[in-house]
Design a protein around this ligand. Structure first.
Ligand code: CA
Length: 354
C-alpha cells in the first residue's frame, strides 16, 4: 500500500506528502467501510462509536471515515476491500467472508454454539483469537473482536411452523451455517445483505426472514410485514462483530496507535453488548405490546434442526481441515461452557420467572 509510509513522517518526508497539510501534521485518515447501515442501532453504532473513539483517543492523528454498507464497496465485500487496499480498515461480521474459508463461521457464530459471553471467553482464553489471527493473516488481515448481538431471533414467518413439514419449500433469508441446516429440512435458504431483507420480505420474494433480534428487526420494520416471530435462534446464540485492518497498514502504525485500535475495539464491544442487552429488552416489550406473537419453535422442529446442524458441522469438518481444527478448539470450550451454563446460568434465569 502506498499509504503505509504516511505515519512515518518525521526526518524524511516525501515531497508529495508535504503538499497535504493533514499529513504534514502527522494526521492520517483511513477509509472504514462497514457491511451494515451506519445509522442502524447496534451494528451501525458498533462502527461509528469505534471510529469516534479512535479519533478522540488519538486527538485526530488517526481519523476513520465510515462508509455505510454498500457506499464504498458491497456489504459482503468489506474484507476484500481491506485486503486489496481499497480501504485500510473495515467492519463486518466474520461469516460474511466464510466463502474464503468455512472455518471463519466460528468467529461469528455456529448453530447451537456459544453465547456471547462464552464466545469472547473462547476468543480470549481458549485459543480462539490465535486461530482467528492465523486464518486472517493468510489474507493480510488483522481481526479485532468488537462486540456481539447476543442471542438472536429464529425469524419472522408469514405462517405458523407447527412441524418440520411446514418448513419445506419456504424461501427464507438466514445467515450462517443455520442456512445449511435449514436446507436439509427443505428450506430454500438465501443470504441477502441487510438492506435487502425488508424489501424482499415485503414483496413476497421471501416467506420468512431472520435478521438479528427485537431491536434491529423493529428498526428494519420486519414486524410491519409479519406479526409472528419465533425465538430464540437455533443458529445464532451470539453473533460477533469485527474490525479488520490491512496487516501492512496495521504493522506500519506506531505502537501507540496499534494499541488505540485494540482498545477502541474493546470499549466498543462493551458498549455494543450493553446496547443489545438493554434495547432488545425494550423493543421486545414494545413489539409484544403492539401485538407481535413471539413463540418458541416446536420441540420436534428444534430437534430436527439440532440433528441437521450436527450433520452440517460434520460435513464441513470433513471438507476442510482448517474447519475441523477450529471446531476442535471451539468444541473444547463449548463442552465445559455448556455444562456450566446448564447448571448455573439457565436455572438462574428461569428461577427469576418463578
Ligand atoms: Ca442473524
Amino acid at each position: 500500500m502506498k499509504r503505509r509510509n504516511l505515519l512515518k513522517v518525521g526526518a524524511v518526508v516525501p515531497a508529495m506528502a508535504l503538499a497535504t497539510p493533514a499529513i504534514a501534521q502527522g494526521k492520517v485518515e483511513w477509509k472504514l467501510p462497514t457491511s451494515f447501515p451506519a445509522k442502524a442501532p447496534g451494528v451501525g453504532t458498533n462502527v461509528t462509536s469505534f471510529a469516534a473513539r479512535v479519533s478522540a483517543m488519538t486527538d485526530g492523528r488517526l481519523t476513520l471515515k465510515v462508509f455505510s454498507g454498500g457506499e464504498l464497496v458491497p456489504p459482503f465485500g468489506v474484507e476484500d476491500a481491506v485486503q486489496n487496499g481499497t480501504a485500510e480498515i473495515g467492519h463486518s461480521t466474520p461469516y460474511y467472508s466464510a466463502g474464503k474459508n468455512s472455518a471463519i463461521h466460528f468467529f461469528s457464530t455456529v448453530p447451537f454454539g456459544m453465547t456471547a459471553t462464552e464466545h469472547v471467553g473462547w476468543l480470549r482464553y481458549g485459543g480462539g483469537q490465535e486461530l482467528w489471527d492465523e486464518i486472517y493473516a493468510e489474507r493480510d488481515l488483522k481481526p479485532f473482536y468488537s462486540g456481539n448481538s447476543g442471542v438472536q431471533a429464529a425469524g419472522w414467518f408469514k405462517k405458523e411452523i407447527n412441524s418440520v413439514a411446514d418448513l419445506a419449500g419456504l424461501n427464507m433469508r438466514i445467515a450462517g451455517l443455520g442456512g445449511e441446516a435449514m436446507r436439509k429440512l427443505g428450506v430454500n435458504a438465501v443470504l441477502l445483505p441487510p438492506p435487502e431483507i425488508f424489501p424482499a420480505f415485503q414483496s413476497g420474494a421471501i416467506d420468512a426472514a431472520e435478521w438479528v433480534g427485537p431491536m434491529l428487526d423493529q428498526a428494519f420494520g420486519l414486524n410491519k410485514v409479519a406479526q409472528l416471530c419465533y425465538v430464540p435462534a437455533f443458529h445464532e446464540p451470539g453473533a460477533a462483530l469485527e474490525v479488520v485492518v490491512n496487516r501492512q497498514a496495521y504493522e506500519d502504525l506506531p505502537k501507540d496507535l496499534q494499541a488505540v485500535l485494540a482498545n477502541a475495539a474493546e470499549a466498543t464491544a462493551h458498549e455494543t453488548i450493553a446496547q443489545f442487552g438493554y434495547f432488545n429488552a425494550v423493543a421486545f416489550a414494545q413489539l409484544k405490546e403492539a401485538g407481535v406473537d413471539f413463540r418458541n419453535l416446536p420441540a420436534e422442529v428444534v430437534a430436527a434442526l439440532r440433528e441437521a446442524s450436527k450433520e452440517v458441522m460434520a460435513e464441513q469438518a470433513a471438507a476442510n481441515p482448517v474447519f475441523a481444527n477450529v471446531m476442535e478448539s471451539y468444541d473444547k470450550t463449548l463442552a465445559i461452557s455448556r455444562q456450566y451454563a446448564a447448571a448455573l446460568e439457565a436455572p438462574s434465569i428461569m428461577q427469576r420467572v418463578g
